[in-house]
Every structure is written in structure tokens, then in C-alpha cells.
Ligand binder design. Structure first.
Ligand code: NA7
Length: 548
């Protein structure tokens, strides 16, 4: 049904009338679109506020060359509508950014969503009015709206991190950030390009920029593990098989806990039980399959340092065999735990360092000193550049929320509440912030899973909860402090029992100077889904529900 947007005038406004809705959703990416669809189906009046001029979220902003999903196409899509998943056909095993954006535009059109989305509207703040029990949401333009429910669909990797180098404004050439790539694209032909960072965005874009640019200098602080994506045209026979029972395929994906390629079997062996020769065979098999499934080559990859080191040594061996210049190969070899930072999946990344127009510069020991009018200075040397690409990542998981001024009960700001790290109950809700829901928030499995099914699980939970509240004529839902404390402790405990805290990853906030070091995602998939279902079945265990 179409949203019945009652454009009534709210009484608690001071700077002109605020439009009033049942629910406001912030963000029109995978989360926001699915949420809009579910809430509208309940007959709610809903408004989606989106900073960009189109739908797509992550896939709208990250248009850098080579941007590609590291989850297989047949799994990286919505399952809320059977005919949608039957009619859509993906061209490749791993989808590129443009195709995923096309898919999300198709979804927006097919379900007539645009009429309820307000584009070019960046939300600056949200305040909970305790007397009215409503949220007032403010946009940078000054526009204000009120709503009973506020759903933050702001994404985990959507607040770009741009390090503040000395002399940043002095550089006379062009500066780009992979997470804010120009829509018209960039032509690097004949240019001397510098790229800062060697995370997933850099690893995907470096081979393509290197083909175009006159010269590419890669400034690397920490080397990263990467495995071949083995991308190829989609196998149509496999597509037919999956489509014959898509629901069964999705169910198996959840049950078998494989988030990154459920058609393949996860190994059920500990690598340490195998001889060195057998280990190599196992790793070679997963290397050839390609993609993040490599993390499932043994049962103990992410919990046992010794087991992990065997995988690390295998990948380092691959790097040394691919990269011809010995010194460059050594610089590219990580000494951290495999998977501790998100594993990358590449197409020709290490091979690119064999090109004569590509140079790797280590900025770990000699950090970048400054940008100069002509380029960048590190290790006392100035590199002359025409363009600099910041592939420097994101203020992950909390950045998009904390860059807004969100105030809950008694004027408590989310910044204050999370000053020592994010605190949520189930990664969905926060004490002091009634009727505010976060899709794939910190404390939920989110980035450690296939995001789309995880997003839909949150969307369904939030939508069912709002329906229950309305049916029971309850006004507010808010977690109780004991439940939130216990959940935060549990999330931390599970994280600490793994190898994840051993390196400086964005999972820990360690890429952002001054950010509290807390392992933010919850390692508990798919038990987490059961937990969310139980909480509701038990009458919203851990929540306080209040009447108007
Ligand atoms: P990442 O993975 O956070 O990578 C950012 C890169 O930028 C990483 O190599 C950083 O080095 C580097 N970086 C950040 N700040 C600096 C400074 N000040 N100096 C030098 N180098 C710096 O972001 P991506 O966009 O590549 O990928 C994010 C996720 O998107 C990815 O995990 C996939 O899930 C998709 P560091 O490692 O911190 O030393």
C-alpha cells in the first residue's frame, strides 16, 4: 500500500511546521529499502531520509574502479520477495558495484519506493521528546520531521575516514576518496597517481588504476592478506539449481554458518591434524575456489594462532611466488593473523607489482609527513603526484551514527553514552533511546556475516516488534540496563576468545585515532538469530515496554 503521509503540524516545533510520520528511516541502502517495504506493508506512514541523490547506500558511494562485492551474487540479494529473486539475474559470480546499484534501483522502482524517500537530505540530529514520546529528526537543510519510531539504516561502512595530514589543503592536484568517488568517474590516463592504503578498496582498485595511470605509487602502512576472487561469469546451471529452491538455499546458508559462499563445503578438519603436505593441498584447494571461503579451510583458522600461522605462511608463499622483486614481495607479506583484518579478495593485485609503472612505498616506519603542493612527503622524500587517492577506509560501525547528534531521554547524547565504546542490546537497541532501532548495529553479527540476510533479519525483527507494540497499544520499547550490560559483556567475551583482537582492525575501531578499542561486531551467527527470536517469544525479555 502507499504510505498515507499525514502531513500534520506537530505542536512541539519552534522553527516552523515539522512533518509527522509513524516512522522515519535514515538511509536508503539495503537496510532502509527493506525496512520501508515492511513498515509500509503494515500501513504505517514512513519517510526515508537519504543523503545521496539516489538509493544504494554503500553501493551508491563506493564507485571506485574495481569496486566489487566479496560475497557471491546469488547470496547477496534480498529474499523478501520470491518473484524478485526469481526474475533477477546476476552476470558474474561476484557482482561489481554498478550491477548491485542497478539491482537496488530496480527494487526501488519495482516496489514503488521512491515516493517515500527524500533524497539529498543528510540527517544531522535526532532528539527524543519524552512528553510526546516521539522523535524529532533534523536534516542539515534545517528541515524537521517527527516520528514515533526512528530506524537507523545508516550502514556499517559509510562514514569515510580521511586522515588529516599536514598540508592537506596545499596539494595542487586532485584528491579522491574511494568511499566518495565522483559519479562521472575519473580518467587517470597519463597521470602520476598516489594511493594511500592497502585495504580492500585499494586492493580492488590498484590493478585497474595501474593499467590506466602513467605511474602509480602505493603508500602502504600495513600489508594485507588477499586471496584471488576467482570471479567469472555466473554458472547458469548453478543459477537454475539455486532458483529451483531458493528458500532451501538461503536456509542452508544460515544453518551451515557459511556466510561467504554457501555452495561450498566448509572444512571440518583442524589443519594441525594434517601433515605439512596435506595442509598445502587443503589451502591450495580453497585458494583455487577463491574468495573469502579461504577462512573456512580449517575449523581452527580464527581461534588457534598456530593453525592460523600455517595459513599465513601459505599466503606469504603465494605472494613471494607472484611478486618478482624480492624486496617488494617481502614488504607485501603481512605478519599478522589471517582474517583478523577482513580478508581481501582480489583480481590480479599482487601481479600488479610486477608492472614497471607501479611502486610500493612503506609508510609504516616512516609515516606520511605531509601533503605538499606537488605531492606527498614521507621518509624525507617528496613524491610528485598529479592525483592522490585516499583508500583509507571508514569510521566503521559507529561513525555514521555518532556523526549525527542523537539525543535520547534526559538529553543524553549517543556520543556521551558510547564514549567508551558502543553499548547496545542485541546490536539493535540502546538504553535511553526508546523506539530507536539500529539495523546491523554494533553488538550484532553484521559485518562478520553476509550483510544482506543479516539486514533482512533485523528488518523483520524490527517490523514484527513495531507491529506487536501497535497491536498491544504500547507506546515505547527500550532495553533495560541489566540486559544491555549483560549483552555488551557477552559480545566482548566472545570476541576476546578469538584471534580478532590481536591486530589493529576497523572491527576494533583501531584505524581511527582516539576511538575506543572495542571489538564491535558479535561473533555468534546463526545462534544470534535464535536469541532474537527467543527474546520476542518470551515477551521481549530484557526490554521495558510502556503504555502511552
Ligand atoms: P580499510 O580496510 O580500513 O583500509 C584502509 C587502509 O588505509 C589501510 O591499509 C590503512 O592502513 C590505510 N590507512 C588509514 N589511515 C592511514 C594513514 N594515516 N596513513 C597511511 N595509511 C593509512 O578500508 P577499505 O575501504 O579498504 O575497506 C573497508 C571494508 O570495505 C573492507 O574491509 C571490506 O569489508 C569492504 P592500516 O591497515 O590501518 O595500517
Amino acid at each position: 500500500m502507499s504510505a498515507t503521509q499525514e502531513k500534520s503540524v506537530s505542536s512541539n516545533t519552534s522553527a516552523g511546521p515539522a512533518e509527522s510520520y509513524d516512522a522515519i528511516i535514515v538511509g536508503a541502502g539495503f537496510g532502509g529499502l527493506a525496512m520501508l517495504n515492511r513498515l509500509r506493508a503494515q500501513g504505517l506512514s514512513v519517510r526515508v531520509l537519504e543523503a545521496g541523490d539516489g538509493v544504494g547506500g554503500t553501493w551508491y558511494w563506493n564507485r571506485y574502479p574495481g569496486a566489487r562485492c566479496d560475497v557471491e551474487s546469488m547470496e547477496y540479494s534480498y529474499q523478501f520477495d520470491e518473484s524478485l529473486q526469481q526474475e533477477w539475474s546476476w552476470p558474474e559470480r561476484y557482482s561489481g558495484q554498478a550491477v548491485i546499484l542497478k539491482y537496488l534501483n530496480h527494487v526501488a522502482d519495482r516496489f514503488d519506493m521512491r515516493k517515500d524517500i527524500q533524497f539529498n537530505t543528510r540527517v544531522s540530529g535526532a532528539v527524543f521528546d519524552e512528553a510526546a514520546q516521539r522523535w524529532t529528526i533534523t536534516a542539515e537543510s534545517g528541515a524537521r520531521m517527527t516520528a514515533k519510531y526512528c530506524v537507523m539504516a545508516t550502514g556499517c561502512l559509510s562514514a569515510p575516514n580521511t586522515p588529516d595530514f599536514n598540508g592537506s589543503d596545499s596539494f595542487k592536484g586532485d584528491i579522491y576518496h574511494t568511499g566518495k568517488w565522483p559519479h562521472q568517474g575519473v580518467d587517470f590516463t597519463g597521470k602520476r597517481v598516489g594511493i594511500i592504503g592497502t585495504g580492500s578498496s585499494a586492493i580492488q582498485s590498484i590493478p585497474i588504476i595501474a593499467e590506466q595511470a602513467a605511474h602509480l605509487t602505493v603508500f602502504q602502512r600495513t600489508p594485507n592478506y588477499s586471496v584471488p576472487a576467482a570471479n567469472r561469469p555466473i554458472d547458469r546451471e548453478m543459477e537454475r539449481e539455486i532458483k529451483a529452491d531458493y528458500a532451501g538455499f538461503r536456509e542452508r546458508e544460515n544453518r551451515e554458518q557459511i556466510a561467504f559462499g554457501s555452495r561450498f563445503q566448509a572444512s571440518d578438519v583442524s589443519i594441525l591434524d594434517l601433515s605439512p603436505g596435506e595442509r598445502t593441498k587443503v589451502y591450495e584447494k580453497y585458494w583455487q575456489i577463491g574468495g573469502l571461503l579461504f577462512l573456512y579451510a580449517s575449523t581452527d583458522m580464527l581461534i588457534n594462532k598456530e593453525a592460523n600461522e600455517t595459513a599465513a605462511e601459505f599466503i606469504r608463499g603465494k605472494i613471494r611466488s607472484i611478486v618478482k622483486d624480492k624486496a617488494t614481495a617481502e614488504l607485501l607479506c603481512p605478519d599478522t593473523v589471517v582474517g583478523c583484518k577482513r580478508l581481501c579478495a582480489d583480481t590480479g593485485y599482487f601481479e600488479t607489482y610486477n608492472r614497471p609503472n607501479v611502486k610500493l612505498v612503506d609508510v609504516e616506519l616512516a609515516p606520511i609527513e605531509e601533503l605538499t603542493p606537488r605531492g606527498l612527503r614521507t621518509g624525507g622524500k617528496e613524491y610528485e603526484l598529479d592525483c592522490i587517492v585516499f583508500a583509507t577506509g571508514f569510521d566503521a560501525m559507529t561513525g555514521s551514527l555518532l556523526r549525527m547528534d542523537i539525543k535520547g531521554r534526559k538529553g543524553l547524547s549517543l556520543q556521551q553514552k558510547w564514549s567508551e565504546g558502543p553499548r547496545t542490546y542485541l546490536g539493535l537497541t540502546v538504553v535511553g533511546f526508546p523506539n530507536m532501532f539500529i539495523i546491523s548495529g554494533p553488538g550484532s553479527p553484521s559485518v562478520l556475516t553476509n550483510m544482506v540476510p543479516s539486514i533482512e533479519q533485523h528488518v523483520n525483527w524490527i517490523s514484527d516488534t513495531i507491529r506487536d507494540l501497535r497491536e498491544r497499544q504500547l507506546s515505547c520499547i527500550e532495553p533495560v540496563v541489566e540486559a544491555e550490560n549483560a549483552w555488551v559483556e557477552h559480545v566482548n567475551e566472545v570476541g576476546a576468545s578469538t584471534l580478532f583482537p590481536t591486530c589493529n582492525s576497523w572491527y576494533l575501531g583501531a584505524n581511527i585515532p582516539g576511538k575506543p578499542r572495542v571489538f564491535m561486531p558479535y561473533l555468534g551467527f546463526p545462534a544470534y538469530v535464535e536469541k532474537c527470536n527467543q527474546v520476542r517469544a518470551n515477551g521481549y525479555e530484557g526490554f521495558a515496554l510502556s503504555k502511552a
